[in-house]
Design a protein around this ligand. Structure first.
Ligand SMILES: Cc1cc2nc3c(=O)[nH]c(=O)nc-3n(C[C@H](O)[C@H](O)[C@H](O)COP(=O)(O)OP(=O)(O)OC[C@H]3O[C@@H](n4cnc5c(N)ncnc54)[C@H](O)[C@@H]3O)c2cc1C
Length: 337
């Protein structure tokens, strides 16, 4: 493989441009103009885990960290659960992604609607368009969670660390992610859109300056149900093929992991497909659980084996998620709501 076109310069596209071997020539195509381009996200991730991946691309993650979490409050309404954090941070995702694009050939303002005819001379076209999935066939029964977020600044915010408040039925959650220096992301994603007025009330209550209003739905359909991953010259990476952890709507690390699988299987689509399905297999279990909850057909008895395997997965991957997973907290969160 000699020439690769990367469509989309979010975290997956930008990371990929820095992970391809030197003998591959890459060009990126981004629908937004350079001035209007922005990384929509709450910027939360696990520092110990992502640092190694960022290093593989030649960057030092520590230079971008904004807030190091110690404890996250999960507000269950009648009770608050305090989850000890083990590396969950916010970082300046926009600046790091922007730095990853420096010196790369990027065609800004290039909205690509189809690969056919557009990419003669390229061996592979990567669909890194996230939610849009502009170049691959649509996903049947795609589950996407509408979300909205404000970047705000205020001296009156009563929280000094991460806070989340899940909505009843686990259809999404409200969040406060601190960015340091009185700044933070207040946002919410909810299948039923119940957050509509909550963000404005927050802004009013704490006299916030709204720096930016952003939002787009998050795909929580896992890779198992987001096939095909490739068609003709096009191969998908990142959220376009469902690499978002459905319980948290967390897609930064998974999208980068997906890029690494793509690079490991360059030119071997079937090998890549199998590696993605294998690596993200647990996401399908989490998705089944979330679907059962939101469709109101959750039964603790029936789903207990699934829940146990999700718990054991998270418990065994505390470094990956940057937080301690205790059985009592997990049980409360998944059963009470
Ligand atoms: C409000 C919100 C908060 C989130 N918070 C977190 C968080 O705190 N932590 C976390 O881990 N994850 C979070 N996520 C999820 C995470 O941001 C995404 O899963 C991740 O960014 C996906 O990366 P990606 O590169 O695949 O897609 P994206 O980051 O969406 O990038 C896609 C790029 O493709 C471009 N594009 C789209 N269509 C075309 C086209 N036709 N032609 C050219 N370019 C195109 C877009 O402009 C964009 O630049 C959040 C998501 C949302 C919406």
């Amino acid at each position: 493989m000699k020439r690769v076109a990367v469509v989309g310069t979010g975290v997956a596209g930008a990371y990929l441009l820095n992970r391809l071997p030197d003998n591959v020539e890459a060009e990126a195509f981004e629908m937004r103009t350079q001035k209007n381009w922005y990384t929509v996200c709450a910027w939360g991730t696990s520092q110990p885990f992502i640092s190694d991946m960022v290093k593989q691309a030649g960057f030092n993650f520590d230079d971008y960290v904004l807030h190091k979490g110690k404890s996250m409050v999960v507000d269950l309404g009648d009770e608050q659960v305090n989850i000890p954090l083990r590396g969950l941070v916010t970082y300046d995702k926009h600046r790091l992604t922007e730095d990853m694009l420096k010196g790369k050939k990027v065609h800004w303002g290039a909205q690509i609607k189809e690969a056919d005819g557009n990419f003669q001379g390229f061996d592979t076209v990567v669909d890194a368009t996230g939610l849009q999935r502009s170049l691959l066939p649509k996903i049947q029964d795609d589950l996407v969670i509408p979300s909205l977020e404000y970047q705000v600044k205020s001296k009156e915010i009563p929280y000094d660390d991460f806070v989340i408040r899940p909505y009843p039925g686990l259809t999404g959650y409200w969040w406060w992610f601190p960015l340091g220096d009185g700044m933070g992301h207040v946002g919410a994603g909810d299948l039923r859109g119940r957050y509509r007025f909550e963000l404005d009330e927050f802004v009013k209550k704490y006299h916030c300056e709204v720096v930016r209003k952003i939002g787009r739905p998050v795909r929580v359909t896992p890779p198992k149900f987001a096939e095909p991953f490739f068609e003709g010259k096009v191969t998908g990476v990142g959220e376009s093929i469902g690499t978002v952890y459905p319980m948290l709507g967390e897609g930064i690390i998974p999208s980068m992991q997906c890029v690494n699988l793509f690079v490991d299987h360059l030119g071997d689509n079937e090998g890549y497909r199998r590696a993605v399905l294998d690596h993200f297999a647990v996401y399908s279990k989490v998705y089944e659980f979330i679907k059962a909850k939101v469709e109101d057909r959750f039964s603790l008895m029936r789903m207990w084996p699934t829940l146990l395997s999700i718990f054991l997965y998270m418990r065994g991957n505390e470094r990956r998620y940057g937080m301690e997973t205790r059985l009592s907290d997990f049980y409360k969160i998944v059963t009470r709501l």
